[in-house]
Design a protein around this ligand. Structure first.
Ligand SMILES: Nc1ncnc2c1ncn2[C@@H]1O[C@H](COP(=O)(O)OP(=O)(O)O)[C@@H](O)[C@H]1O
Ligand SMILES: Nc1ccn([C@@H]2O[C@H](COP(=O)(O)OP(=O)(O)O)[C@@H](O)[C@H]2O)c(=O)n1
Length: 225
């Protein structure tokens, strides 16, 4: 019987990964790790230091010299870079439009995977991203590949942005999501791809509660096995 399983949730932008991962982690009493926030944090720091996001060596050095922390709080997960809280600033379009470029670099990915493995090693974790089931936690007991139509994903991001006072036209969001999906699936190093042993969950037209219950059930089946 495995009491502390690892759960990997991968998939394209705005498919609902972090929303669902958070709920499932809370209901199981597990830690939730948003690996996208780590790539965003590095991208933000690089922009602060005016480092060119195509410069792999400088980005890898930067990643080695900074501290990225994910801290749970009643408001949700807070993200810190070198002690500075960056939870909201890493969601701006300036960061969003550069992050997938930063994430293409092999040495950046190697270091991120190392950091994420250290966090996830002990189990009792729900981790979401693009390469969790394939590269970070290949032995995860439950792997989900979460998708939704690009229209629905853009509409969800639109509503989410609106509720946070950000007005980006729907068409622009659709373009940004398509572009990021393309960069993530076509990159050379650990691209976004469904792991062979991952279960595909299409969330199009489904509620957050439905999807969360489905994954909780799948997790419980594995925990008691
Ligand atoms: N099944 C769902 N149905 C409707 N909206 C959803 C669903 N899952 C997530 N959302 C909403 O979509 C938005 C994007 O979800 P998010 O979890 O940030 O996606 P990801 O982590 O995959 O980028 C959030 O505002 C969330 O509330
Ligand atoms: N494990 C991961 C997580 C994110 N990423 C990169 O980081 C970007 C931002 O991830 P995210 O999960 O915050 O993206 P959203 O879908 O939440 O907008 C992705 O588009 C990828 O380019 C990655 O390459 N590998």
């Amino acid at each position: 019987m495995t009491e502390r399983i690892s759960i990997a949730i991968d998939g394209p932008a705005a498919a609902g990964k972090s929303t669902i991962a958070k709920i499932v982690a809370e209901s199981l009493g597990y830690a939730y790790i948003d690996t996208g926030a780590m790539y965003r944090a590095l991208t933000w720091k690089a922009q602060q230091q005016q480092i060119d996001v195509t410069d792999e060596a400088l980005l890898a050095d930067l990643l080695r010299s900074i501290t990225i922390e994910l801290k749970p709080s009643p408001k949700g997960q807070l993200v810190y870079v070198d002690g500075e809280e960056v939870t909201d600033v890493i969601r701006t379009s300036e960061v969003t439009n550069a992050v997938s470029q930063v994430a293409t670099h092999e040495s950046v990915r190697e270091r991120m995977v190392e950091l994420q493995r250290t966090i996830g090693e002990a189990g009792a974790v729900v981790m979401d991203g693009r390469d969790i089931g394939t590269a970070v936690l290949p032995f995860a007991q439950l792997k989900i590949f979460m998708t939704a139509s690009v229209e629905e994903r853009a509409e969800r991001r639109y509503a989410e942005n609106k509720s946070r006072g950000i007005e980006t036209p729907l068409d622009e969001l659709k373009k940004e999501i398509r572009k990021r999906d393309q960069l993530d699936t076509e990159r050379e190093h650990s691209p976004l791809v469904q792991a062979e042993d991952a279960l595909l969950i299409d969330t199009t037209g489904r509620t957050i509660e439905e999807v969360a219950r489905e994954i909780e059930q799948l997790a419980k089946e594995r925990i008691t096995k």
